[in-house]
Ligand binder design. Structure first.
Ligand SMILES: [Zn+2]
Length: 154
């Protein structure tokens, strides 16, 4: 699918195959939240993002309403993606909201700030994908932190 934020001129592209993969992985942890890191690359003008892969955390804590991952041990996998394509980098994170809508919680917003201020994973415009899912429904919510605000891709 291709999504846009007209107001700031950003666009995002992601294959259904990757989204289905994330959904399937997330469902195996139901009713707890689960998630991971998103890998992708930006166009030369930085306005278009292609999300291509995920890295799953080696260490994490999860409940039905919370998910916290550690970045420990993901460096090697990041290097592998970088070797495959020099433009492929860590661009953000994803997690599920079991039986809930894909709207960022207060914890999700503070996690974004942690990413921006982190020495290891610091990126200026982290992308957040929330997968709201139940047995019968699924809803993908893509967000990006841009100039001190969270925008939703439509
Ligand atoms: Zn959340």
């Amino acid at each position: 699918m291709i999504l846009k934020i007209e107001k700031i001129g950003l666009s995002l592209e992601v294959e259904d195959e990757l989204l289905n993969k994330l959904l399937e992985i997330g469902k195996t942890h139901y009713p707890k939240e689960f998630g991971g890191f998103l890998i992708g690359y930006y166009s030369e003008n930085n306005m278009h993002l292609h999300i291509t892969d995920t890295i799953l955390p080696k260490k994490y804590q999860a409940s039905k309403y919370n998910f916290e991952r550690s970045t420990k041990g993901i460096e090697n996998e990041l290097v592998e993606f970088y070797a495959e394509n020099l433009r492929k980098i860590y661009i953000g994170e994803w997690h599920t909201h079991p039986d809930n809508s894909p709207i960022p919680s207060a914890t999700d917003i503070s996690a974004i700030n942690t990413i921006i201020n982190s020495k290891k994973t610091s990126i200026a415009n982290p992308v957040l994908l929330i997968i709201g899912c139940s047995n019968t429904t699924v809803d993908f919510g893509f967000y990006v932190w841009f100039e001190n605000k969270l925008y939703k891709y439509e």
